[in-house]
Design a protein around this ligand. Structure first.
Ligand SMILES: *Cc1c(COP(=O)(O)O)cnc(C)c1O
Length: 353
């Protein structure tokens, strides 16, 4: 090893799901929305003024921040926007997780948390999900340097009731508690109403899943004005122009069409319920998903085998190698037709084994 290499910040990067090329694939591996963004978003994209690209975008993401605040009935100074919630979450780790004590998150959860903690040299401990893969609120009551978990959790899809989130916030008044609500729009009850009670709480959201805008990279955090100020201080010390002009404008458009948003989510949740019934008939076991994916194992066939068989059919799902979850598949909910293709194939495949 050359001397300079000693001083490299060595990290084990997060591994995103594959983005296979080609039209013929059924892509159920990264929890993208199978439906296009709202018609107003597409119109704004077509009509956007390219001449303006010579200018920097608004550094405070003001138009979008105001639209998000109005949408949730919050004040403008309670919202922080970033380049997808991954950017927002990374800023949160950098800003708030600076205690010597370990931060806490579940052993089975969004695998990026561990990556950020490692990269930023933040000590952490994981708390083991119970046998049914539920988060146990009381595991997060002890001394710590901060708490973060998704609700619904990923990749389990299981929801924690808001009452338990309140308990976690209540027992952690001295640290920041972050609820990552990437999937909350698919049937969960949000922790946003708790913001009035807890100044140490941050709720993080994304436009990537429920708003069909994964490619635009829009995410945000809601919390007390003081927390948002601290986040902005770090952001302006890092990269002051985060969201680009197009993303800012399209985010605003997306929020304007509530009817389309509701309609898309209704279709996805109906397809999720239908898929659950079919997967159960085929011998899959899983808990009650409140997200846009189902995390399931088969009663007799190994997940990896099914994963490979699906891939040969150009159907992509996600398989993780973690010890407790290696026999599970995370299957994103696509269109009804895509899920019929999936279950149709699985029926034939499992039937001939
Ligand atoms: C998808 C996802 C994110 C990241 O979403 P982006 O806004 O696209 O960066 C964050 N947290 C969880 C739990 C997710 O599943």
């Amino acid at each position: 090893m050359e001397n300079w290499e000693t001083y490299v910040r060595k990290v084990v990067p997060y591994v995103p799901g594959e983005q296979p090329c080609g039209e013929q694939v059924i892509k159920l591996n990264t929890n993208e929305n199978p439906y296009p963004p709202a018609p107003g978003v597409l119109r704004a994209l077509r009509e956007s003024d390219g001449g303006k690209l010579r200018l920097y975008p608004e550094p405070d993401c003001g138009t979008l921040v105001r639209a998000i605040a109005a949408y949730h009935g919050l004040r403008d100074d309670q919202v922080f926007a970033g380049v997808g919630s991954d950017d927002v979450l990374a800023m949160i780790f950098l800003t708030f997780f600076n205690a010597e004590k370990p931060i806490l998150f579940p052993d089975i959860t969004y695998s990026f948390y561990e990556v950020w903690a490692d990269m930023l040299r933040i000590p952490y401990q994981t708390r083991v999900l119970d046998a049914a893969f539920q988060i146990r609120a009381e595991d997060y009551y002890g001394e710590n340097g901060g708490v973060i978990f998704p609700n619904p959790n990923a990749p389990t899809g299981l929801l924690m009731p808001v009452g338990q989130i309140r308990e976690i916030a209540e027992h952690n008044r001295d640290v920041i508690v972050v609820v990552d609500e990437a999937y909350i729009d698919f049937g969960g009850e949000s922790a946003l109403p708790l913001l009035g009670e807890y100044e140490n709480l941050l709720v993080v959201r994304t436009f990537s899943k429920s708003r069909s805008l994964a490619g635009m990279r829009i995410g945000y955090a809601c919390g007390a004005p003081k927390l948002i100020r601290y986040l902005n201080d770090v952001k302006y010390s890092f990269n002051s122009y985060t969201l680009n002009q197009t993303a800012l404008a399209l985010g605003v458009e997306s929020l304007r069409d509530e009817a389309y948003f509701r309609e898309t989510i209704a279709k996805i949740t109906a397809t999720r319920e239908w898929t659950g019934v079919e997967l159960a008939k085929l011998g899959f076991l899983f808990g009650e998903s409140k997200s846009n994916f189902i995390f399931a194992r088969h009663k007799s066939v190994a997940a990896e085998e099914i994963f490979r068989a699906l891939r040969k059919e150009h159907i992509y799902v996600r398989h993780f190698s973690g010890e407790r979850i290696r026999n599970y598949l995370r299957i994103s909910i696509g269109t009804q037709e895509e899920m019929e293709t999936l279950t149709g194939f699985l029926g034939r495949y499992l039937g001939q084994l």
